[in-house]
Design a binder for this molecule. Structure first.
Ligand code: PLP
Length: 217
């Protein structure tokens, strides 16, 4: 039984499925009419603790915990884009992210143009009618280049283009990109947030986005 008093340290829930007394309760929990969890892939109490914490740290509306940084990027690719969409991305994105956008993106019919992210005017000049998102790193890994978020955020918001910021190399203590106009922020927890080289994980948090996550990261 759960303790009636609140444990000081969050317990780890080592379960994937949950027991329900009747089908009506399953349905209510499934439809978010009652609190609770149904199946681990859709969330667990531990996911929710992390998500609520990071959403508060980021000043975000909500957050989604993911298994890795690349899991978060994959969720964004599948959750946001369709065949025929165009992405403007920083030329010095984390190598795996750049390869993923260009290789898997191309295979799915999503075109990516890589630009110098330190040149705000150059980012805006690369936008097309079908541009769905601009994908940058707040501080790039490994070259530590900076992007001027407020210089591009206004125009992107007007054109309803998502501003996705990978802030893994900063942390919410240094930079909260939503305050500077980002619509989605992702972090690889594997880096500064975990800090000890013993964790793989990630989160995506949402500001003014139409993205509502997807069920598989
Ligand atoms: C490491 C890293 C990623 C990928 O994160 P994983 O947790 O290793 O999948 C993405 N972006 C940046 C900037 C990174 O440093």
């Amino acid at each position: 039984m759960p303790s009636a008093s609140r444990p000081l340290t969050a317990p780890i829930y080592q379960t994937n499925v949950y027991v329900f007394e009747d089908m009506d309760t399953v349905e209510s929990v499934w439809e978010h009419k009652k609190p609770g969890f149904v199946y681990g892939r859709y969330g667990t109490a531990n996911h929710t603790m992390l998500e609520d914490l990071v959403a508060a740290l980021e000043g975000a509306e909500a957050a989604v915990a993911c298994a890795s940084g690349m899991g978060a990027t994959t969720a964004l690719l599948f959750g946001l884009f369709e065949r025929g969409d165009h992405v403007v991305a920083a030329r010095d994105l984390y190598g795996t992210t750049a390869a993923f956008l260009s290789d898997e993106g191309r295979r799915l019919g999503i075109a990516t143009d890589f630009v110098d992210a330190t040149d705000a005017a150059g980012i805006l000049a690369a936008l097309r009618d079908n541009t769905r998102a601009v994908f940058v790193e707040a501080i790039s890994n490994p070259l530590l280049r900076l992007v001027d978020l407020p210089a591009i955020a206004g125009e992107l918001s007007r054109r309803r283009i998502e501003l996705i910021v990978d802030a893994s190399m900063a942390s919410p203590a240094v930079l909260r990109p939503i305050e500077h106009g980002a619509s989605i922020v992702m972090h690889s927890l594997t880096k500064f947030i975990s800090g000890h080289g013993d964790v793989t994980g990630a989160w995506c948090s949402a500001g003014r986005t139409r993205w509502r996550g997807c069920a598989t990261p």
